[in-house]
Write a protein that binds this ligand. Structure first.
Ligand code: PGA
Ligand code: ZN
Length: 440
């Protein structure tokens, strides 16, 4: 086994042109790995802290990450150099201990995650393995003998139309997504999705909607008159493409409700169609109405991140028919997923590495969710880069689903293409999670 010889960090830029942390790790025998940390815009309150320089207005309006870079080079590197490169658990425990805060606020989750992932990449290189195979080995070490550990290609959940904080906020809901549930392989799923994506662009143009330009995640951002017209457009397009609604395709929503919830009054403010104030019961009734009307199989953050009682009622009402994903709700933290399991809130966990800040804690969240019957969806952030680690992570842990954004913009396609390469590498062995991953 080789040891970590060197860490190097630098500030690079993400898909929004904002600074982010890149880390390179080199082992004693010259193996090498690199990771770039992503960044959210609709960030939840319970996420680990992303350290920004805050020296506004000097550099990048205070968004620089030179402090995080310095933390890698001066605080972390001297304490982790020499560690066994394959001992990811020990590395991550050490990173957590060096930081010493519950939410990685001292060194920054961006500094810590950069190191955690760069070392995993270097370890895969040291072992001469593809990253997904190396991560799968780490993952299997955690499983009981009766738990299946084979790599599985995920069902993609693909952004078609963006609203909320990702596209000018003319729609309240953040993502209107396409689920290629009729596909039998990852390649087929991607092909179907790409066809629908291009056809949707044509439909938007034909109908004369202003703004078929794409949002942060590559989804179209047309100026529509209502949230529901986004779903109508996708369904109309799917029919034009010859797909059977609810059989070949289904709709997923990321409501991202935390971002228009007012905790002081306990109300949700919808502004796309005027100014509508709903309490939790009103929001649940609205979502139930949508589920009855449309082939919706998945709803993310349908309620706000601390509306636990609401989440329990929502799950009671819809949980048997619809996947209910907690993103801001769970923030990839085992303790929050545990609260969810105890209260029967939600039935699926969105998994974002930088919400928690180390690879090992991400494995913890994935495993805890799985063992408690919750589905898992590995997810990108709205601020992404050419880094493709999440594609490997989703396959290695057989997460079942992946959410990367749309099939436009190279920071998204880098991951979709990485999955194509993994499928190729697995050859006839390649297994695809398909519709079963949704559990509904
Ligand atoms: P974010 O959005 O990366 O801006 O938080 C992604 C999501 O809400 O799923
Ligand atoms: Zn979300």
């Amino acid at each position: 086994m080789s040891t970590l010889a060197k860490l190097k960090a630098r500030e690079v830029f993400d898909s929004r042109g904002r600074p982010t942390v890149e880390v390179e790790a080199t082992t004693a025998d010259g193996a090498w790995g690199r990771a770039i940390v992503p960044s959210g815009a609709s960030t939840g309150r319970h996420e680990a802290l992303e350290l920004r320089d805050g020296d506004c207005p000097k550099r990048h309006n205070g968004r620089g990450v030179l402090l995080a870079v310095k933390n890698v080079m001066e605080e972390i590197a001297p304490k982790v150099v020499g560690i066994e490169i394959e001992d990811q658990g020990a590395l991550d425990a050490k990173l957590i201990a060096i930081d010493g805060t519950p939410n990685k606020a001292r060194l920054g989750a961006n500094a810590i995650l950069g190191v955690s992932l760069a070392v995993a990449h270097a370890a895969a290189d040291a072992c001469g393995e593809e990253l997904f195979m190396y991560l799968n080995r780490l993952w299997r070490q955690r499983l009981r003998p009766d738990e299946p550990g084979e790599p599985v290609l995920p069902l993609p959940m693909v952004n078609m139309i963006s609203g909320g904080l990702h596209a000018g906020a003319n729609l309240d809901f953040q993502d209107f997504l396409f689920l290629p549930i009729g596909s039998r392989s990852y390649t087929e799923a991607l092909e179907t999705t790409v066809c629908v994506y291009h056809a949707l662009g044509e439909v938007i143009k034909r109908k004369g909607y202003e703004g078929s330009l794409v949002g942060d995640e590559g989804g179209y951002g047309p100026r529509l008159l209502s949230n529901s017209s986004a779903v109508d457009l996708i369904l109309e397009t799917a029919l034009e493409c010859g797909l059977a609604l609810g059989k070949d395709m289904a709709i997923a929503l990321d409501v991202a409700a935390s971002h228009w919830y007012d905790p002081s009054t306990g109300t949700y403010r919808l502004s796309a169609t005027g100014d509508e104030l709903l309490d939790t019961a009103g929001m649940i009734a609205l979502l139930e109405h949508w589920v009855k009307q449309y082939p919706i199989l998945s709803i993310e953050d349908g309620l706000a991140e601390d509306d636990w009682d609401g989440w329990r009622s929502l799950t009671e009402r819809l949980g048997d028919f619809v996947q209910l994903i907690g993103d801001d709700l769970f923030a990839t933290q085992v303790e929050r997923v545990r609260r969810g399991v105890e209260r029967k809130a939600g039935n699926a966990v969105l998994i974002k590495l930088n919400q928690v800040g180390t690879l090992s804690e991400t494995f913890d969240a994935l495993l805890f969710a799985r063992r408690n019957g919750y589905r898992t969806i590995v997810s990108a952030r709205s601020g992404e880069t050419e880094d493709t680690t999440i594609a490997d992570l989703a396959v290695a842990t057989a997460a079942g689903q992946i959410k990367i954004g749309s099939v436009a913009r190279s920071e998204r396609l880098a991951k979709y293409n990485r999955l194509l390469r993994i499928e190729d590498a697995l050859g006839p062995e390649a297994r695809f999670a398909g519709r079963a991953a949704l559990g509904v």
